[in-house]
Design a protein around this ligand. Structure first.
Ligand code: ADP
Ligand code: MG
Length: 397
């Protein structure tokens, strides 16, 4: 599949009072339907990158390829058209037009730039407003909206252009904390619907919940590209570790356990901590590697689990002989389901009521590790993902 966006060696220097390298050889790809979060300290070049993608800034060097066919780094008329047709952009401060109603704000650009009829534009706008509970505000002027509502209208205005790619730059940073979640919820819905988004945010919790990939920019350099989970634990890179310490994911909520002994002890510890009758939910069975690592201690684990009536709920692509064996041994405590084949490979983790546990196996011979995030709301959001998967999977009998 052609990536929706390919950025190759993008560089940008500002020559002001002092020369400043804002972007230095930044390269990454983004697939259709992906959510990529861009994080990094203030001044690291995040907005500059987004502005280059939106055609608001010219890069000095490098390439930006949109949908595999448009080279939009050439800044000619064709590039401008490709951007206009495919990319929408929402900034930090809601730049809604104060002299136009919500409806007018949303329909203006589609009519002007996409040559939609007024009726058609109004129909699209109405359905978006209804979907995000803002329809009753359609004839109101932006000044009478709350910050969260303004920012949601700004997103709807961007969506009304039916962009293939949506760029969001710190869209919650001007909002009071209690208004932020309404905007995040909207973005989560869009993510589920497969809207491709590149999101600059400093809310790491949100980023790890929503992103397929997290890019970390530091001083104009793309220091790290990783999956959301790996990112949180990218402690190897001291710069990222520092950054993580300064932001919202609470360090106390994260524990890391390394090596086989700690891995085994942790698993048994989970059983001891859970109330009897609880479930351990595993999206994507951990496979036989899990049993390998557990070794002889699996006997203790199994005994404890059966005694405490703790069930395994797993969704898997196929059932291995080992899986089948355990299932037939305790069918009531081993509920396995087959996932639809078209789903993306889910993570190697499990969820219990108060924690998400990531299991890192690495290659054979590598030390296994456990990363535990003990946070109820993170656990809840992973659990809701699991439930979705569970409901779409077929019980194995
Ligand atoms: P971020 O969004 O990560 O906070 P920016 O992309 O806004 O960072 O800025 C990166 C660096 O480039 C900063 O040091 C900033 O001062 C500089 N910069 C951004 N825009 C301009 C400009 N138009 N002229 C001069 N310097 C700029
Ligand atoms: Mg910025």
């Amino acid at each position: 599949m052609t990536p929706i966006l390919e950025v190759k060696n993008l560089s940008k220097t500002f020559y002001g009072v002092k020369k400043h390298v804002a972007l230095s050889n930044v390269s990454f790809d983004m697939n259709r339907g992906e959510v990529v979060c861009l994080v990094g300290p203030s001044g690291s070049g995040k907005s500059t990158l987004l502005r280059c993608l939106a055609g608001l800034e010219e890069a000095d060097k490098g390439e930006i390829v949109l949908l595999g066919e448009h080279n939009i780094s050439q800044y000619d008329e064709k590039a401008t058209d490709a951007i206009k047709d495919n990319i929408s952009f929402v900034f930090q401060d809601f730049n809604l037009w104060p002299h136009k109603t919500v409806m007018e704000n949303i329909t203006f650009a589609p009519v002007l730039k996409k040559k939609m009829s007024v009726d058609e534009a109004k129909k699209t706008a109405s359905s978006l407003l209804k979907r995000f509970d803002l329809y009753d505000k359609k004839d109101i002027y932006p000044d009478f909206l709350s910050g969260g509502q303004k920012q949601r209208v700004a997103i709807i205005r961007a969506l009304a252009m039916q962009p293939k790619l949506l760029l969001l730059d710190e869209i919650t940073s001007a909002l009071d904390p209690e208004l932020i979640s309404s905007v995040f919820n909207l973005i989560k819905i869009l993510a589920k619907e497969g809207q491709s988004m590149l999101i600059v945010t400093h809310h790491l919790k949100f980023a790890t919940e929503i992103a397929d990939k997290i890019l970390f920019l530091d001083n104009g350099h793309l220091v790290q590209e990783s999956s959301a989970r790996d990112f949180v634990f990218a402690q190897k890179n001291p710069r990222i570790a520092d950054f993580l310490r300064s932001v919202s994911l609470d360090k106390e909520e994260i524990s890391i356990y390394r090596g086989t002994d700690q891995f085994q002890a942790f698993q048994i510890g989970v059983l001891k901590r859970l109330k009897s009758g609880s479930s351990i939910c595993v999206p994507g069975s951990s496979g036989d590697r899990w049993f390998d690592v557990m070794g002889d201690s699996y006997k203790i684990y199994d005994k404890e689990r059966i005694e405490k009536n703790i069930s395994w709920k797993m969704t898997m692509y196929e059932e291995s002989p080992r899986d089948k064996e355990t299932r037939l041994l305790h069918p009531e405590l081993n509920e396995y389901r087959l996932m639809p084949k078209n789903l993306k490979n889910p993570a190697n983790y499990f969820v219990v009521e108060d924690a998400v546990v990531i299991q890192v196996f690495g290659e054979k011979g590598d030390e296994p590790a456990i990363i535990e995030i003990k946070n109820k709301s993170v656990a809840e959001s992973y659990m809701s993902y699991f439930k979705l998967l569970w409901d779409q999977s077929e019980p194995i009998k």
